[in-house]
Write a protein that binds this ligand. Structure first.
Ligand SMILES: O=C(O)[C@H](O)[C@@H](O)[C@H](O)[C@H](O)COP(=O)(O)O
Length: 305
């Protein structure tokens, strides 16, 4: 695929130097993203399945994801003075890596970010399986986020205690409006919840056929029998995920193509319904970030461009 070239006719003035140094990288970022993504909105019966963005490569997906997060951060800081974002584990954090580079490392208002986890493995924060450690090593230690704004779970508790404690922490931050509250559920309304998806269609630690999918009262719950190791995890419940202002599901690789198809396409009542299909923000916006292999089984006839 060819890129069009942005004209450089201003190359010799001082103003030109400014543009070259600061504005051009930003423009090119946005331009590339817009140029290379097939943006499609779902139409018809599956209207609430969200916006689907299919990318040519992981590099382009990462650029678009960084742009998307930076834009939501800017809008939220403008509106509320803060940005409350919840992360997941897995490949997601690696795909967010461009946020550590120019222009985002300088343009994003990191001091206004408050970090949470949509799910966490109940292991020590120093353990290789910890989602906190993954995010700290891959993102949080590389940008100027205020350490007291990072809300990870208490890793010295049992899964059940850690889930209760994490919900308590979130309740305090809802009271002080660091996290806003949904007008239609009594749930927290995160500015953005970022999810990955497994080949079985799980999101956060909400696994297929698990009773946690029916949890309606708790904001944060726990499991001790995860089919993906490690077994003990805490997780946001579906009502919390579906109360967010924005939810993004980031999925790559052909091992997930079938689950993507079952989660997004209009497959009919007799087909399997993976947990990812239950991600349907009540008032918020849902965006799928896919690469071509993950999107390979989607039924394109259901999209309106
Ligand atoms: O802690 C976890 O295991 C997760 O939060 C989980 O929901 C993850 O996001 C998916 O399993 C996708 O993981 P991959 O992107 O690595 O396949």
């Amino acid at each position: 695929m060819q890129y069009d070239i942005i004209p450089y006719s201003y190359q010799s003035s001082t103003f030109a130097s400014f543009l070259r140094l600061f504005a051009t990288p930003l423009l090119l970022h946005r331009y590339r993203a817009v140029k290379l993504i097939e943006r499609m909105a779902l139409s018809g019966a599956c209207k609430n399945r969200g916006e689907v963005r299919i990318h040519e490569s992981l590099d382009e997906l990462s650029t678009d994801l960084a742009d998307y997060i930076a834009e939501l951060s800017e809008a939220s800081v403008k509106e509320r003075g803060v940005f409350a974002i919840a992360l997941s584990g897995g490949s997601l954090v690696g795909l967010m890596r461009k946020l550590c580079d120019a222009p985002y490392n300088k343009t994003v208002d990191w001091a206004k970010w408050y970090i949470f986890w949509a799910d966490e493995r109940v292991v020590a924060k120093t353990h290789a399986d910890s989602n906190y450690k993954l995010a700290k090593d891959g993102l949080l230690s590389k940008v100027p986020i205020i350490p007291s704004h990072v809300h990870s779970i208490n890793d010295s508790m049992t899964a059940e205690e850690a889930a209760d404690d994490y919900e308590f922490v979130i309740r305090q931050l809802v009271k002080t409006r660091v996290v806003s509250v949904s007008e239609i559920s009594d749930c927290p309304k995160f500015d953005l919840i970022l999810l990955g998806m497994g080949p079985d269609g799980h999101v956060a630690s909400l696994f297929p056929n698990h009773s946690v999918l029916n949890e309606r009262d708790e904001w944060v719950t726990f499991i001790t029998d995860s089919s993906k190791p490690p077994p003990e995890r805490i997780t946001f419940t579906l009502p919390v995920i579906n109360s967010a202002s924005n939810v993004a599901v980031v999925v790559t690789g052909d091992s997930k193509a079938e689950a993507v198809h079952l989660a997004i396409d209009d497959v009919g009542p007799d087909s399997l319904s993976p947990p990812a299909r239950m991600v349907q923000p009540m008032k918020g916006k849902l965006v799928w970030f896919l690469d071509k292999p993950a999107a390979s089984k989607l039924d394109r006839s259901q999209f309106s461009e």
